[in-house]
Design a protein around this ligand. Structure first.
Ligand code: PHE
Length: 450
């Protein structure tokens, strides 16, 4: 622990944290949730939560890590033995997310291969995606390819190399997304979709909207699962923590916003305003974008470039997920790094199989009306993460006390938003999370609806 490596400066820290934060959550998950949960109202709720909850929790987690110099389990344990279990629950979350995240990563890899090999036309077909994910073996092969690449990087410890490449790729991804979004707006019918995306319609508002937005926020910013605690433990004391959080937040939210702007208007354009098309769920990106590319001159090259960039974004996030899991087991099992990596790889593959088969062979299995993949996604994002977030707030608000976090921030610079931070962590967040969690669980169970 004495020789814990650290990020060289603020830029290094911000980029590394953003590499974990920006991924499929922004490009694949945010647009389909926004489409499903009422467009503008979801966007509005998300933005409000990002600058209040998201900000406060990210500050808290990074500060916990920097203060203790430890990852989640160790950090909670060091500050108060009774709260070690919060770190333990947090540590379970990446284990649930990584397999299904990689199933989607496999779909992205497949689409890259399709676009590179001249299959752009076929991919624009309505049933192309659903036919593909319904196959038993092929999606599993691409899933294996995706975790295979992730595991090789983690095993060889060449994350630095990947990070360098992604520093180059990320700006290109932003430009390309912006270009596709603007192009998409000119497709007849798209404007209506754009308005749906940016105009809040309060009749679409429900507790589930808030829960979905909150779950998405945690997921997208890699919060409530210990990852930011670990990143904080690598952060130097002289780096301005508050402004780093602002930068990560702007970056992460900006990319999610652009991705929504790229996908939702096109859904309207290609479905003729048919609202059912908005509820397509996890497949939305894979069904809509190929149609946009098909309608563009040079679309197959742009499509190939796009999926390559998304693959990089997904890989940097997957690497941070796998790193976390490997380090948990490394501490517990003492197997050595290579062996632990192989074990995690095998375990992840096995755990991912049901999610992958859930759209075909196991298609008739559904839990509360959700496919297997959606079910894992729901349990981690809408149940476990709010619980971890709640416990973190209680711990900081009433056991450790917010002042300890404020002091940690003020080692480097005055904490400008400390009042906001204290009020949110102590009162607003805990009450709100409990209310939302209860009402939406009742909602899913069909018992009660607000
Ligand atoms: N934040 C990542 C994304 O938006 C997903 C992720 C979650 C990555 C948790 C690491 C840990 O895609």
């Amino acid at each position: 622990m004495e020789n814990r490596s650290s990020f060289t400066g603020k830029l290094g820290f911000v980029l590394a944290a953003a590499g974990s934060a920006v991924g499929l959550g922004n490009i694949w998950r945010f647009p389909y949730l926004a489409a499903k949960y009422g467009g503008g109202i979801f966007l509005l709720v998300y933005l409000i939560l990002a600058v209040t909850f998201g900000f406060s929790l990210m500050v808290a987690e990074i500060a916990l890590g920097r203060k203790t110099g430890l990852s989640a389990i160790g950090a909670f344990n060091k500050l108060n033995k009774k709260f070690k279990f919060v770190g333990v629950i947090a540590a379970i979350i990446p284990i649930i997310i990584f397999p299904y995240y990689s199933v989607i990563g496999g779909w992205v890899t497949k689409y890259l291969a399709v676009f590179v090999s001249g299959g752009a036309k076929a991919a624009a077909n309505d049933s192309y995606f659903t036919d593909f994910i319904a196959k038993p073996a092929e999606p599993l092969v691409w899933f294996a390819v995706f975790i295979g690449i992730t595991a090789v990087v983690v095993m060889l410890g060449v994350e630095k190399g990947v990070e360098k490449v992604s520093k180059l790729m990320m700006p290109i991804l932003v430009i390309l997304t912006l270009f596709i979004a603007i192009y998409g707006l000119f497709i007849p019918g798209a404007m209506e979709g754009f308005l749906y995306y940016i105009t809040p319609d309060f009749s679409h508002f429900s507790a589930t909207t808030v829960l979905a937005a909150m779950g998405q926020l945690f997921y997208s910013m890699s919060l409530a699962m210990g990852i930011m605690i670990t990143y904080g433990s690598y952060m130097k004391k002289d780096v301005n923590l508050e402004s780093s959080v602002h930068q990560i937040e702007i970056f992460d939210t900006g990319i999610a916003f652009l991705a929504g702007m790229m996908i939702i208007p096109s859904v309207f354009a290609f479905s003729g305003g048919d609202e059912a098309a908005l509820g397509k769920g996890p497949g939305l990106m894979f069904i809509t974008l190929p149609k946009v590319f098909d309608s563009m001159p040079g679309g197959s090259i742009i499509g190939a470039a796009f999926f390559l960039l998304v693959l990089f974004a997904a890989l940097t996030s997957a690497i941070s997920l796998m790193e976390t899991i490997v380090s948990i087991f490394e501490d517990k099992l003492n197997f050595g790094r290579k062996k632990t990596c192989l074990l995690v790889l095998a375990g992840t593959f096995i755990l991912g199989i049901p999610s992958s088969l859930g759209f075909g062979v196991l298609g008739n299995i559904s839990v509360l009306g959700l496919s297997i993949l959606d079910m894992f996604d729901f349990v981690s994002n809408s149940v476990l993460m709010p619980i971890v977030a709640f416990l973190t707030c209680i711990f900081i608000g009433y056991v450790l006390k917010p002042q300890a976090i404020i002091d940690e921030l003020e080692v480097s610079a005055p904490f400008k938003a400390k009042k906001l931070f204290t009020v949110i962590i102590k009162y607003v967040a805990p009450v709100f999370i409990v209310l939302i969690l209860i009402s939406s669980i009742l909602d899913v169970l069909g018992i009660f609806k607000i």
